[in-house]
Design a protein around this ligand. Sequence first.
Ligand code: ADP
Ligand code: MG
Length: 682
Amino acid sequence: MAKLTDPITILKGVGPNKAKVLAQLNIFTLRDLICHFPRAYEDRTRLVPIEKLETDKPACFRAMVMNTPRTSHIRKGLDLTRVQVADHTARLSLTFFNNRFAAEQLRYGQEYIFYGAVSGDFVGYSMTNPVFETLDSTPVTTRRILPIYPLTAGLTNAALMKLIRQAMAICDTPAEVIPESVRNQYGILPAHRAYQAIHEPSSMEEAELAKRRLIFEEFFIFSAGLSLMRASRAEKKVEPYANLNLKPFLGSLPFSLTGAQRRAIDEIVRDLGRGAPMNRLVQGDVGSGKTMVAAAAAYLAATNRKQAALMAPTEILAEQHYTSLSRLFTPLGIRVSLLTGSMSVKEKKSVRAAIEAGETDLVVGTHALITGATVFQDLGLVIADEQHRFGVGQRGALSAKGTDPHLLVMSATPIPRTLALLMYGDLEVSIIDELPPGRETVDTFLVTEAYRPRINAFIRRQVEEGHQCYVVCPAVEENGELNLKAATEWAEVLQQTVFPDLGVALLHGQMKGSEKEAVMGRFSKGQADILVATTVIEVGVDVPNATLMVIEDADRFGLSQLHQLRGRVGRGKAKSYCILTTHNRNPETVQRLKAFCKTNDGFKIAEEDLKMRGPGDFFGSRQSGLPAFQVASLSMDLQTLKDAQAASAAWIDTEGTADTPEATALRQRIGDLFSRTQGVMN
Ligand code: ADP
Ligand code: MG
């Protein structure tokens, strides 16, 4: 018997070349092969009389060969074989191109099962290149449900079917991870049957059942993992913070907190005083003031002689948090330092030394730096800002660092409830559902290219009133075929020809960290009037003097992304605007963008976005921190998700740590899944 982890090269017919082809599909081991599931099926079980065959609809039929096949050589490289077949309803003429096999196999007077589509719509229509099998053969291409696999160049569906069959014959399918009681309760197929049936279903119903089982399995493993993480963190003991006095901090703020901010802070204070590590998600729309909530937590860590780390997804954001938090904390005697990739090796070294020696209280930096080599003297609190880039695996990795810090995750995007449940099943949630007073909604307009002169005039007017503008483009460099506004070129056009007298700056993700910071620094100090950028400014950037956001080719962005971008304006006292441009005339697209113009409610937008794009794209590619579900689709399989969640939670509570084969296999799969997720994130 072979093992699931064995390389595919142990299979007959898989040499180095075939292995390379399979690698294109991420198939390296027998497990990968067995878990390469069909994307669709063709139902070839039904036999249709020839008379009932429909044009261009492939189907199976049983027919007798009525003459000896005749092959004619048309020209070099083109042989044509013709043969007549018939059943009791009609005759049909078949044509094969370059098919020696057909010419040799089809015998006058014999019956076969064919599968193909007729063409032509007159009596005596014909069929080209059908596949066929003898009546006594094992059904491979006819009389069965044919799985249709995702393929790549150099690999046919038939070849892949054969390999999978071979693998299944020499090796067990992945072990059962769902206990029998759960399978019975939810009508779930056992693992072995499901893996068999997903590849070779005996009916479409069985294929459906197999698929449902595999979806359930994915969700079950994932939610069981979250439950385990939550349970193991809940068991950990930390010293409760003795000093929970926030008065000096609150007294130093230039404004009073909103009710929602106060409620979130209260919940955090309770967590920190309790003696188990905090696991909290703070969810609030853009501009709702999450930074201050994080600052309150960091303040308490510092006054309880613990270190805190604030992790931001980008250097720009880290820099910005560093600036505002040091302004706030330095007068209070709290030492703040910055750690980012673009600092010199020497600077990083000296900051790291200070962190290790306990000479700094709050470190602000990018994820990689803080989760990486940095050693803390006594890390008591980790705050992850703009969490959707902070995956489940990374949360696990933190506790694995040996410390059990309190964890506070700040959500940038309002996440639909269902998705939040899945991503943050291991966290408690605080919601900030109130914006600081005096915020007006951002008026949003959708326009076409015809409005260009008016857009330009509008930009100029904002600048003349002392404000600043963002112009966001979907690409960095000119992309001829798509005709998208590219940041680099567009910045040049604006500076050279449209606004030669104004300051136009450029910011995109391919610039070096230090360059980005310099540009951002100039813009936030008001030294540039217009910032042309890509979505690098999507998260967190806070320049309250900016009042206009122009988003070019807005149809290229997801709604949640547009909402994030729009959230960059309307952060000060002045009325703010957002202008979306588009060339796209697709009615659905226009409808979607118009709907966006009408609402400022991030939650509504998020739900809409999830429905439309699915979770993979929800946060931009690969940034959700979710594992890539292979079969499951979060927008379509919600009920299964809920079932799997309930089942896994109940099961973890009762026997998740038991030594049953299922529990052991489950823990193994959780480990694989979470380490893979982390791999994607880093
Ligand atoms: P986000 O929730 O998007 O992270 P920020 O924390 O960046 O929001 O806050 C947005 C802006 O609102 C900042 O300029 C911040 O100083 C300001 N702010 C935060 N809380 C309040 C408040 N209670 N009253 C007035 N302004 C506030
Ligand atoms: Mg923020």
